[in-house]
Design a protein around this ligand. Sequence first.
Ligand code: SF4
Length: 374
Amino acid sequence: MFSQFKHWYDNRHDYARAWKERTGGKVMGCFCSYNPEEIIVAAGWLPTRILGAHEAQDVAEKHIFGMYCPFCRDVLAQGLKGRHEYLNGILLTQSCIHLRQAFISWKLHVPVDFQHYIYMPMKVQSPSALPYHRSELVKFKEALEAFNGKPITNADLDHGIEVVNENRKLMRDVYEYRKAGNLKLTGTEAMYMTVSSTWVDKEEHSTEIRKVLEQLPDREIDRDDTARLMFIGSENDDIPFIELVEMVGATVVQDDHCTGTRYFWNLVDPQDDRMTAIADRYIQRPACPAKDWEKRTRFDHILELAREWDVEGAVIIQQKFCDPHETDMVPLRAFLDDNDIPNLMLEFDATNPLGPFRIRVEAFLEMIGSEDLF
Ligand code: SF4
């Protein structure tokens, strides 16, 4: 049922090349989940998230500090190795310094026709954040219009908003089938769906989700609805790790990742001024810790998800050297403890030691009372 998402996950580059061939359109490499995909779709481009390959590499070290997070080094390595030769443009909306360095190095060393950097405010809770971000999105829209030699109309923006919103809504519908007593899919299957949505044409992806949604109500899934875990952290598309967690008996039922719910949870609320509507969506979305100041709004949001999805424990996935998430780590763990959510922190690299991780996950499951799993 989820095999098409897996196929897309495994063949992301072939997918983008075939999409270009089929549509004659252009492809935008997206460095962050804060990129305004509505505008990219409105311009007729395919937004495609650039992720790492989870393999050892030795090409990025010359260009980026070794103590920058493994994810952004892995991302840069993909460009330096020429794996995204099909991109027509690259886009970063300001998120963290590490990813910005990857973007700058890519600009310098990997030729691409269009490149743009959106100076999104870090302090999204400030009253001036919305008008500021709107003005940055207008600059981006104008840059795309100039490059395309054609305006992006309100009708185009409406189309972009509708297509991206619909994909978000459908993924939320699928997440309903991860709730207690209604478990119809594994966390691994959900990860294939959400991660592939970051680079597959949204309308095509939505068509596939609709097919899945038709079948889910009658689906029997061969696993106990116990040891319900939530993953929390930055980027995470590590299939071998989530498979390992589910192989030892847990089920991952929710997440707070920028390749998961933070990417799609909230919608654009349409209004006459389309650019304000789009800007507001990104200001209001579940925040990355890099932008969650001065109040940490993400903690309450995480708790809400954990409660609604009956989470019994959380695995916090910390990309090594990730400053934004490290800053949140101590208060987040204290917050989860205070709210009786046991938690395990694992530090991720581009490749991970699955043997030792397995022992730690099994010990964690024993601790939260799922020892009958073994
Ligand atoms: S938020 Fe963290 S994991 Fe994501 S790119 Fe920045 S430093 Fe790396």
